[in-house]
Design a protein around this ligand. Structure first.
Ligand SMILES: C[S@@+](CC[C@H](N)C(=O)[O-])C[C@H]1O[C@@H](n2cnc3c(N)ncnc32)[C@H](O)[C@@H]1O
Length: 471
């Protein structure tokens, strides 16, 4: 959709590069792509690139704007996907002179009045950098940007390039991701039993409960007792029937059995961490807030991140940082943590941040740092380890068919390429085994309006499946 929000359209070229190359080989510019400067990032629309190539890097070159050139290749891995990818790049851009029109008008965009950008950028150059957290995931494969501290606060002004005329929600009210798409995928009927196995603040659960009505029932699971309490208040206000359990969705069959339910008609899982968890400094999820390094979604049990970092082998830590965080300095960070814990535990967020920065040979960034926070990927990987997020998802997917009634439907929202791959593979295998009659061929992505209104949705992907049999 043409973007007329008042930023200068950039006609940029994106090329996919093998590791080690920073610029596309001469004469091989790679797939055409249009990068539009938008409220808080750069949106890349491009042609589908065949296959996933996780080790390719994306280089962006500005074109069509005299006096502006790309200063750096995007230091990230990525591929273009069908509908385009929102890279969440933050362009630190010295805009061209007022009144300038690009040689090629990007996707019919209107050239707006030009306003100066932050002073730290080089004159006459485009520097493509990252916003905090989450980006690399999106950059790599459309991985998640689910860390709310990395994203502009709902209702708050985007940090840098937030000139937009579109309304944003005024308060920090909770906005469930892909709600309409989930509703459509689940096709709920009055009287259905629906399970929300990642209840959070009941953002999905309340509308789903209303959809099943008086004769229906909602089962809600969450690891986090505080979220359950909050969700309970929201659900109680509907006056409809629901049952909540403080439980891991990896144990879904047992949770249903406890309630005397032999199967549900629909189930939703909205994976990952909730903003309430990030926002509470004491939970230790945030690299921006000094606290004990906890990171447990369920603070009543399990190993804290501090304890985990004390016990894990250096090799396993390096592997986790690489595989769950795609952290390029995984080995160096694992090394420095292994050395540092010999003298005292790595048990605070600030200490972990400082060690990551030490491993990278950079100072700890101050607030307002305009790029991906150096510790963001490490925090993500450690959080996923602490909460066994991949293992739990694998268990849920394995049990799912036995928990759905014939014709029952499931929708899973993920923000991480590894999780999305698990879901996709499981649904495909389920279909080939006759467990599912239909599955989403492609992930369902949020539309422009949702991405704009709710930055957390940017990297969300939803996949659905229908259990074989007739409801
Ligand atoms: C992204 S939030 C869900 C938000 C929710 N859909 C809403 O709109 O309010 C994810 C929630 O799932 C919970 N969670 C994560 N892993 C879980 C697991 N294995 N079992 C149960 N709950 C889990 C987290 O504690 C968090 O509250």
């Amino acid at each position: 959709m043409p973007d007329t929000r008042g930023d200068v359209p950039l006609q940029l070229r994106l090329a996919l590069l093998p590791d080690g190359l920073d610029q596309p080989p001469a004469g091989k510019p790679g797939p055409d792509a249009v990068l539009q400067r938008c409220a808080v990032g750069v949106r890349i629309e491009g042609r589908r690139h065949p296959g996933n190539q996780p080790r390719v890097r994306a280089a962006v070159q500005a074109a069509g704007i005299p006096g502006v050139r790309a200063e750096a290749a995007v230091p990230a891995r990525g591929v273009l996907r069908g509908g385009g990818v929102l890279l969440l790049l933050r362009p630190l851009l010295r805009l061209p002179p007022a009144g300038h029109r690009p040689a090629r008008g990007g996707a019919g965009l209107r050239t707006p009045a030009v306003r100066p950008d932050p002073p730290e950028t080089g004159r006459g150059r485009v520097v493509v950098g990252f916003r905090d957290v989450g980006l690399p995931q999106a950059v790599r494969n459309g991985l998640r940007a689910d860390d709310p501290e990395a994203l502009p606060r709902r209702g708050g002004a985007p940090e840098l390039s937030g000139r937009t005329s579109r309304p944003r929600p005024k308060s920090r009210e909770h906005v469930p991701v892909l709600l309409e798409e989930v509703r459509e995928a689940l096709a709920l009927r009055r009287g259905d039993i629906v399970a929300d196995v990642t209840l959070g603040l009941a953002g999905h659960a309340v509308p789903l409960l209303k959809a099943v009505g008086k004769r229906g029932r909602l089962v809600g699971l969450d690891l986090d007792p505080e979220n359950l309490t909050q969700a309970q208040l929201e659900l109680a206000a509907t006056g409809l029937r629901f049952d909540l359990q403080h439980a891991n969705f990896a144990g879904l069959p047992r949770a249903l059995a406890t309630l005397g339910i032999d199967g549900v008609d629909a189930l939703v899982a909205d994976l990952g961490v909730s903003s309430t968890q990030i926002d509470q400094a004491a939970r230790g999820f945030s690299y921006l807030r000094p606290a004990r390094l906890d990171m447990r979604m369920d603070p009543t049990r399990g190993r804290t991140a501090g304890a985990l970092l004390d016990e894990i082998t250096e090799a396993n830590l390096a592997t986790a940082l690489r595989e769950l965080g795609d952290e390029p300095d995984a080995a160096a960070i694992a090394r420095i943590i292994a050395m540092a814990r010999l003298s005292r535990p790595v048990d605070t967020t600030s200490r972990l941040v400082s060690l990551v920065c030490q491993a990278k040979g950079i100072p700890v960034p101050s607030r307002g740092w305009g790029r991906l926070h150096p510790a963001a990927l490490t925090f993500q990987a450690v959080r996923m380890l602490v909460n066994r997020e991949m293992e739990n998802l694998a268990a849920l997917l394995a049990f799912l068919p036995s928990c759905l009634r014939p014709g029952g439907r499931v929708a899973v929202i993920s923000f991480h390429s590894g999780e999305d791959r698990l879901v996709k593979t499981s649904f495909k295998e389920g279909r080939s085994q006759g467990l599912y009659s239909k599955i989403a061929e492609d992930p369902v992505l949020p539309g422009d309006a949702e991405q704009e209104a709710n930055p957390r949705s940017w990297s969300a992907r939803m996949r659905w499946a229908v259990r074989s049999g007739v409801r």
